[in-house]
Design a protein around this ligand. Structure first.
Ligand code: GLN
Length: 490
């Protein structure tokens, strides 16, 4: 099988090639490792690789297949965002705090993907503790967008997005607390899905804001995402918010025709604020859905304007609590010299955390403090309720909501890093979905300024992942945006 063919086969194509013995898992894994060695110095998408370990996992997958096993993902290599604990592999969360931390166990999602037989290609760069929208806050340096290395890949799962967009890996995991799967997927021209809160276990996923964090797949196509989610999702008693529901095959409805589909267009998402190039691509995508028999209806999400302010109270509040565990005692960075215990805590945290993480810890501690709790945290929780109610109301009139994923295409390095609020606004269309706990997805729908990819966002009602994937897949059967590969990767 030719290289380019393998690189663009999608998970279905790779699965077929493995089943028909046209390629082995070892060959496929080696192909990816070679590409990583060649392109990662430019992209900085991988923080850790260990070719020997990857190839051992591939040999194991080949042995399982030789013994008669035949799972759809068996032998297809993938890579994990460095927020997922991986047994025996360094897990840094993009931070100096964990720069030398080797996890003694696997995250639940990693366990499941290993069980499906997917060799691990390495660990992917990310914004420090998943705080960011541009991958400029990583201790390991910025990740570059394969479509234009002068621009950001989005964040916080920017390493995942860059690696898959440049075809260093057929697929990757990401996590999404306020947009970190969908926004980088949009900026790098990929499909990415954030499931309903509770569908994927958070066990072993380093916590940022526990009531918002969700794991999900990032890959070229919706079909790839459906296959991956089927392997990742499932109840886990070790996460108290994991939902006990019957197992689902998320690919079951992929081929259903879209005639009669009602698409809700929130007027708040189509107002000023969206760049003209993004608007043009999104409108063209809506025309394609209409061509396939869908109808569009305007809906309202009147409280969505409050989502960014509410998020930047709730997420830092939870982060300040979650990150208290990094104290220089149990694990992680410890200052070399200190006078006493308090001094050790202060120096270890001052040295271990970067500026954005410190900003969030300070905000979070402030909004939770006596006297401010009612004014900020409690208010934000009430707004969260209103935002969720807006969506419930909107889904009376439609089956799926659509709009832009990000207000602009990928921006140049440094464009927003000096102004945190400008950076926070990159997630203006994605954050409400996390506050409501709904599933959301981004799929490529064209190119905008500078030849950069544009993402279309789909938001579904609770547990409607299979429907969203169906809608996305039918669009991808009529378009080829998801098959475009950046010149650097060709
Ligand atoms: N960009 C948002 C933030 O900085 C969301 C990050 C995420 O989803 N992990 O918090």
């Amino acid at each position: 099988m030719a290289q380019e063919e393998l690189l663009n086969a999608g998970l279905r194509g790779l699965s077929d090639a493995l089943a028909e013995k046209r390629v082995s898992s070892v060959e496929l894994t080696r192909l990816c490792l070679d590409r990583i060695a060649r392109l990662n110095p430019t992209l900085n998408a991988f923080v850790t690789t260990d070719p020997e370990k990857s190839l051992a996992m591939a040999r194991d997958a080949d042995a399982r297949r030789a013994a008669g096993e035949s799972g759809p993902l068996l032998g297809i290599p993938m890579a994990h965002k460095d927020i997922f604990c991986t047994d025996g592999w360094r897990t840094t969360c993009g931070s100096r705090m964990l720069a030398n931390f080797v996890s003694p166990y696997d995250a639940h999602v990693v366990t499941r993907l290993k069980a499906a037989g997917m060799p691990m290609l390495g660990k992917l760069n990310m914004d420090e503790f998943a705080m960011g929208s541009s991958n400029e806050t990583s201790h390991f340096g910025p990740v570059r967008n394969p479509w234009d290395p002068g621009r950001v890949p989005g964040g916080s799962s920017g390493g995942s997005a860059a690696a898959v967009a440049a075809r260093l890996a057929p697929a990757a995991t990401g996590t999404d607390t306020g947009g970190s799967i969908r926004q980088p997927a949009a900026l790098c021209g990929l499909s990415g899905l954030k499931p309903t809160y509770g569908v994927c276990s958070r066990y072993g996923m380093i916590a940022f804001a526990s009531s918002l964090d969700q794991a999900g797949p990032m890959a070229p196509s919706a079909e790839d995402c459906a296959w991956l989610l089927t392997a990742m999702a499932g109840f886990d008693s070790r996460d108290s918010t994991s939902l006990e529901r019957p197992a689902e095959d998320y690919a079951r409805d992929l081929e259903k025709p879209l005639a009669g589909l009602r698409i809700g267009l929130p007027r708040e998402f189509f107002g000023p604020g969206m760049d003209a190039d993004v608007r043009a691509a999104v409108e063209a995508a809506l025309d394609e859905f209409r061509r396939q028999g869908a109808t569009t209806v305007e809906v309202g999400l009147p409280n969505s304007g409050l989502s960014v302010p509410a998020y930047y109270v709730i997420a830092p509040a939870e982060a300040s609590s979650n990150l208290s565990r990094f104290d220089g005692v149990r694990y992680g960075h410890r200052a070399a010299e200190y006078a006493d215990l308090m001094d050790m805590y202060c120096k270890s945290r001052a040295e271990g955390f970067g500026a954005e993480v410190k900003r969030r810890i300070l905000i979070g501690t402030y909004v939770l403090s006596h006297g401010y709790y009612d004014a900020y945290y409690l208010q934000a929780q009430k707004i969260r309720r209103l935002i969720a109610a807006d969506f419930t109301e909107a889904f009376r009139a439609c089956d799926v909501i659509m709009g832009p994923t990000s207000p602009s295409v990928a921006f140049p390095f440094g464009a927003k890093s000096a102004d945190p609020v400008q950076m926070y606004l990159s997630d203006i269309y994605t954050i409400a979905v996390n506050l409501a706990g709904l599933p959301g997805m981004s799929i490529p729908c064209g190119f905008g300024a500078g030849g950069m990819p544009v993402g279309l966002q789909l938001v579904g009602d609770y547990f409607s992942e299979a429907k969203m994937l169906n809608v996305a897949h039918r669009y991808q059967q009529a378009t080829d945006w998801h098959r475009r590969v950046p010149a650097l990767a060709a």
